[in-house]
Design a protein around this ligand. Sequence first.
Ligand code: SAH
Length: 274
Amino acid sequence: MMNKSRHPPLGQPPRISRSPVRSSTLGPGYSVANSNTRILGPQGGTATLSSAVPPAASANLGLNSDRLRTQMVRRLREQGISDDRVLAAMQAVARHDFVDQGLASRAYEDAALPIGYGQTISQPWVVAYMLAVMAQDRTPQRVLEIGAGCGYQSAVLAQFVPEVYAVERIRGLYDQARLNLSHGRARGRVRLSFGDGMRGLEHRAPFDGIVVAAAGVKIPEVLLHQLAVGARLIAPEGAAHQRLILFERTGPASWHRVELEDVRFVPLRPGTQA
Ligand code: SAH
């Protein structure tokens, strides 16, 4: 039985406010960097560069990054993220270590950034929101991320979830993520694999949470079957118009579906890319 509704009736609705906060746009020509972001109405749209540091300061980013992350976390709170586990994790993980050096000075803007291969590191708000919704009112022990990219979101997850599995389908990004996750706060904490995440990770299922970082026209049903009863999956769905969808498994053969924010993500693709 698939139960559909537009409003959150999952016992406890996601306690996430929808304050009209601006999202970053980088102007024309940056369509990739605008992926894995929230889409806001006409009131949004102009760049928020409040925490950007000028390029000259980027050499000192290592020293400044704690302060920049504090600003990022404060902004996330203002944007309605209230889960302290998620906020502490985002304070802990050095996002600038997950992007190219040339972009490091922009790592704490509320923007997605290119990571190569036509993919992006998700906007901080998107990362925080997805993790907060997935983990709301529960303490997940084992979580699967589909679409590891450069590994940032799985590094954040690993700060408060003991067993994190992540799958990436592009070999170059898988290598990048493996390197990024081999040091720093996430060292040795994420079990990363190269493969097609549309099939999930059957031999490790069931999961207490699944987070999908790329948009399928339909969310693959096999993933819903890899959720433990009571667990949640959050994923973007759609083509031209995408929305974040939350599924909660309510029984062996029943799921509850809720539609959340409008977003734009890179596509979920089958198979692997060498
Ligand atoms: N989680 C990342 C976001 C990466 S962008 C972050 O921390 O910011 C989404 C990623 O999903 C891309 O790297 C893309 O290659 C990957 N992807 C798309 N389809 C996939 C699939 N079927 N299996 C695994 N990864 C997939």
